[in-house]
Write a protein that binds this ligand. Structure first.
Ligand code: PHE
Length: 338
């Protein structure tokens, strides 16, 4: 067979093999057979061309180059087609890459609350819940806060619409201003000993700024039994603060007053190593005998301590969050960092 016939035969066979290659494996086989740099048939033809008589070279060379380009182009085109098999279903190209779904995360406060519960669980405290809509008895009266006490001022509390609070529908209700309500609800229904925490929202019409919000979270703790002392209260709070914030945090207790504890303290945590910057994180004290009596306990036989801590402030110190409002803004750029 003369050279030109061989080239024609090569062209037909190569184009057929390329065009009928059903997948990339078949196409690669065709490439090796026809265009392969080592033993491919195109290379053999090139070898023959090299041996050709001088006078035939211009014509044969031209034809060779033409076929080489055509077969190579056919191979490129087939390769591109196999790489992008557009499968269109209902007007949608289902071979296009998909949109990766965004994974959510738990809110930093949710994470903090879970960790609080875990730490206090190790100290033997059981988690309980209470309602956010409370009556005056649990929010005030049973906590030794009498009717004329300034803490009951309507300007300092979120009372619910008076229309629902007639003599027929029962006493006034409000959004709880403290989680201490849960102390009463638990002791009413359970005899001592008690060792509980309760974490949840509280509501106060405070002026909103970097450290105040009209809704925030508290962790209430209550331990009642025979011979429970203030020393245990201080130890539990110290151990808790260190478990959550690390060993370099210091806790300080200042004498204070709450109607439902006696003696009472306010609790501060150190904000740095200077020993000068402190932030209040809550209140605590020994449960007032009047409170124990109100729930039917005998203050001659049992004593207890209680504390209420601000959840946000712990989380802010741990993560160096400068503004409490960031927790409630739902800005994903903030939330994604936790
Ligand atoms: N309930 C108090 C507050 O909201 C804190 C507190 C809890 C104080 C328990 C003493 C005992 O400020």
């Amino acid at each position: 067979m003369d050279f030109l016939a061989q080239v024609n035969e090569f062209e037909a066979a190569a184009l057929l093999a390329i065009q009928t290659a059903g997948d990339t494996v078949a196409l690669e086989q065709a490439r090796i057979e026809f265009l392969g740099a080592k033993n491919g048939r195109l290379r053999d033809l090139q070898g023959s061309l090299g041996q050709a008589p001088r006078e035939n070279k211009p014509l044969w060379g031209k034809r060779f180059n033409e076929v080489k380009a055509r077969v190579t182009n056919a191979w490129e085109a087939r390769k591109a087609a196999l790489a992008q098999p557009a499968i269109v279903l209902g007007g949608v190209d289902v071979t296009l890459p998909g949109v990766r779904p965004e994974l959510g995360r738990r809110h930093p406060l949710t994470q903090t609350i879970a960790e609080f519960k875990e730490i206090m669980g190790r100290f033997g405290f059981t988690v309980v819940d209470g309602p956010e809509i409370e009556d005056e008895y649990h929010n005030f009266e049973a906590l030794n806060i009498p009717p004329d006490h300034p803490a009951r001022d309507p300007l300092d509390n979120f009372y619910l619409a008076a229309a629902g609070c007639t003599a027929d529908t029962g006493p006034a209700r409000l959004l709880r201003s403290q989680t201490s309500t849960v102390q009463i609800r638990i002791m009413e229904r359970n005899p001592p000993p008690i060792r509980i925490i309760s974490v949840g929202r509280v509501y106060r019409p405070d002026t909103i700024d970097a450290t105040h919000s009209c809704m925030f979270h508290q962790m209430e703790g209550l331990m009642v039994g025979a011979g429970v002392t203030m020393a245990e209260l201080k130890t539990v709070l110290r151990l808790f603060a260190r478990a959550y914030l690390g060993h370099d945090v210091h806790i300080r207790f200042r004498p204070s007053f709450f109607p439902f504890t006696e003696p009472s303290v306010e609790v501060d945590m150190s904000m740095d190593e200077s020993g000068e910057k402190w932030l209040e994180i809550g209140g605590a004290g020994m449960v007032d005998p009047n409170v124990l009596t109100a729930v039917g306990y005998d203050p001659e036989h049992v004593s207890g301590f209680a504390f209420g801590l601000g959840v946000e402030r712990f989380c802010m110190r741990r993560h160096r969050i400068p503004d409490i409002r960031l927790f409630y803004g739902n800005d994903l750029r903030f939330l994604r960092q936790f």
